[in-house]
Ligand binder design. Structure first.
Ligand code: FAD
Length: 459
């Protein structure tokens, strides 16, 4: 049994079914893909926020995706921009553009902080703020990373764990940031730098490719089937989902680990349940606007790190998918929040007004008719690495390791900040750890998990 039909669940299902194992996948949603899925929106295929497949994707995974998608897997240049102190900078950062347009106080502050780094007092490296202040210095932190972190995770940088910086900020030191910028110069260019893969009919085409290949290899898929119960029996697991019972030798779960612990609550000790309750995910509102113009801007995405603007990113998929109905374009605004915030319950029209206000404040007023507004709500968009989270996660994982027939994996299952290629790498690893008789090699899985800890998210 595979629980969850996002990339992790479908990736594992495909690799196992291809080897001849009997696999059944269940998901509570009506469509596959999870947070990496796509859906129909007024003639467009819309993604759950801006998604791209990074060129650092493992070769075995890329080979499978290429086999599923063929010519539909487009290789696109990155063409985004960041709104910083009222100016626009190309993203990914380009040296010439940076020197020409970056706010002077930021560049001067960063140069000063880099020169003074040897004299900065070593921090305790306990929080997100400690790590980035030590690595990048105060100017970059105060003007870019900290306001962005407050918006994305809803906490002060001091309240976020140091691990959040290690796993989430690829350019966490001055030398890494400079190397990243120089990496785009001719002569220094890293393979794939400044480019990404994108499926012609939406990012969800990747999950749909895995779905089709898994079904072709014999897997069964049940959608609209939320997980209700898991009973651990000596030789099997009994799973009830969407009112149907399934018996299996092994359950690979890719749903949020906090939900899995609740479903398994009869077997979980109280301290494990307390730890599951202490782990939180950040939610995200996705506001889609269909405009009656062929193009809003030429950019694939606009990033808004500053606190004056509530949305964190705006993407325009037509600029990279090259697909969509004529005469219209689709915008997707990302607004991180908490499910208990008032904004979570705002109507689509009110959210559209909020996005329009933010865009006008950034100098991007919408001056054409908005033909359609739609909102999607992701309750579990990002894991929050609040200080102390590690203790709870270790306790939860330790307990899960003691269950021979249940394995938790994927971005939600391992409470990780991973990209799609990372979560697929976990799925392939879980398939490698599964024997042809449905047994699971937990020792090998622990070794694989050490590798997952080196994954750093790419934006
Ligand atoms: C805004 C945003 C932008 C992103 N951009 C990128 C990007 O550019 N590039 C990139 O590589 N990655 C990106 N990601 C990350 C990417 O979305 C994830 O890596 C990927 O979705 C993880 O796949 P998964 O299968 O591990 O989890 P999910 O996609 O979350 O899938 C979990 C599945 O479990 C199901 N489920 C949950 N609870 C239950 C239940 N109780 N019963 C049954 N089923 C259940 C869900 O319906 C879902 O289908 C982004 C994520 C977000 C939120």
């Amino acid at each position: 049994m595979v629980v969850g039909a996002g990339p992790a669940g479908l990736g594992a299902a495909f690799r196992l079914a291809r080897r001849g194992l009997r696999v059944t996948v269940i998901d509570r949603a009506a469509e596959v893909g999870g947070n990496a899925g796509s859906f129909d929106c007024f003639g467009f295929r819309a993604d759950c926020g801006s998604h791209r497949l990074h060129p650092s994707c493992g070769p075995d995974i890329l080979e499978d995706i290429r086999a599923f998608l063929g010519d539909d897997l487009l290789d696109r240049p990155r063409h985004g921009r960041i709104h910083l102190a009222g100016r626009w900078l190309h993203f990914p950062l380009k040296p010439a553009d940076l020197l020409r347009r970056a706010p002077l106080p930021l560049i001067a502050g960063f140069a000063r902080d880099t020169l003074l780094k040897p004299f900065r007092a070593a921090s305790k490296d306990e929080s997100f703020a400690d790590i980035l202040r030590t690595g990048l210095g105060p100017a970059m932190c105060e003007q870019f990373y900290f306001p962005y972190a407050r918006k994305i995770w809803g906490l002060e940088p001091e309240a976020l764990d140091a691990e959040q910086a290690r796993r989430r900020v690829a350019a966490g030191s001055a030398s890494k940031l400079i190397a990243k910028v120089l990496g785009l110069l001719p002569g220094f260019r890293r393979p794939g730098a400044g480019r990404f893969y994108y499926p012609r009919y939406g990012f969800g085409q990747i999950a749909e490719g895995y779905r089709d290949a898994a079904i072709a290899a014999g897997a069964e898929l049940h959608l609209n089937a939320p997980l209700e119960e898991i009973h651990l029996e000596p030789d099997s697991v009994l799973i009830r989902a969407g009112g149907t019972e399934h018996r299996a030798s092994l359950a690979l779960s890719t749903i949020p680990v906090t939900i899995l612990a609740r479903v398994l609550q009869q077997t979980a000790p109280p301290d494990v349940l307390a730890s599951a309750a202490a782990l939180r995910y950040r939610a995200m509102l996705l506001v889609y606007l269909v405009l009656s113009t062929p193009r809003f801007t030429e950019f694939d995405a606009h990033y808004f790190p500053s606190s004056g603007i509530r949305i964190t990113r705006l993407s325009e998929p037509r600029n990279y998918s090259l697909h969509g109905p004529p005469g219209r374009t689709l915008l997707c605004a990302e607004l991180p929040c908490d499910v208990h915030d008032e904004v979570w319950r705002m109507t689509a029209d009110d959210l559209a007004d909020l996005v329009r206000e933010d865009l006008a404040a950034a100098g991007l007023p919408i001056e054409v008719p908005v033909e359609h507004v739609e909102v999607r709500r992701l309750a579990q968009a990002y894991p929050i690495y609040e200080r102390g989270f590690h203790h709870h996660l270790v306790r939860l994982n330790h307990w899960l390791d003691s269950l021979p027939r249940v394995v938790s994996l994927g971005r939600q299952g391992l409470f990780a900040h991973d990209n799609t290629h990372h979560t697929l790498a976990m799925a392939y690893a879980a398939a490698r750890c599964t024997g042809d008789d449905g047994t699971f090699n937990h020792g090998r899985w622990r070794e694989e998990r050490v590798v997952f800890e080196s994954f750093v998210v790419e934006d």
